[in-house]
Design a protein around this ligand. Sequence first.
Ligand code: GLN
Length: 309
Amino acid sequence: MLCQSNDELKALVTEAKTCTKNGKVADYIPALGKANPNDLSIAIHYPDGRCVSAGDIEKRITLQSISKVISLALVLMDRGSDYVFERVGMEPTGDPFNSIAKLETMAPGKPLNPMINAGALVVTHMIKGNTIEERFQRLLSFIQEMTNDSTISYCEEVARSEFETAHLNRALCYFLKQHNILDEDVEQLMDLYTKQCAIEMNCLDLARIGVVFAMDGVDPLSCKQIMPTDVARICKTFMVTCGMYNASGEFAIKIGIPSKSGVSGGIMGAVPGRFGIGIFGPALDEKGNSIAGIKLLELLSKNYSLSMF
Ligand code: GLN
């Protein structure tokens, strides 16, 4: 059974919205603090092009950590999986996304997975190109291809705001540099990473990216293979094991949809073989996931039996 109408979704949004009062907008990146904690919107994109949606789906959000799964796909295509997984691991950490702890206690300097900040910084470091601009443009073009929208760009205000305050991410970079995992200028890498995190789109675009992952890397509308099947499979697996930070286990049990969240309150979901989901709800729970977004996915998963397990 599938969700067929905007009205069905609207009822779920109304129900899920009641929990926004228990969440808090991220403000460690000052520009994100301006978001309205009561917002909640969702779009579902089916492979045949049909979309159902509810809430203010025109609102644009920055990808933040959702970008980590997209940069991973690009880097797997750029470098191959052997090269990538020599430099970043495949295991969940059980720690918050920005933790530095396991970098010291596990294989020194090798981040445990690409969905935590340390791992994502290594992934961004591996994006091919001669200059920061060229590397960013390659990532942006990949996203424009997935969304079929050449106007997608990044929010300068959010990128600047994160660049000016990213002390912890700089610390992670220096730690990685000490262990020879990174060998580029930290300020340059921070420039690229903060622009990557500030790439901006609406829920519909997010759902369209979700459907590409859901359909094993094929854009179902153009029938073009945008990324190889095994790249989409690796990304979806990370979405299950690490996509919701240190809440991924509980999320897999309760919801069972490969998903990736970001501190802007976005969630991109890929229901394997079925459809893509884009959610925006900036009030976050204590682990940094959209509190109403998770509630909404829980309702959807229950009502339409979406768990893959
Ligand atoms: N840009 C954010 C950061 O590095 C992304 C984190 C997130 O969305 N969890 O802190």
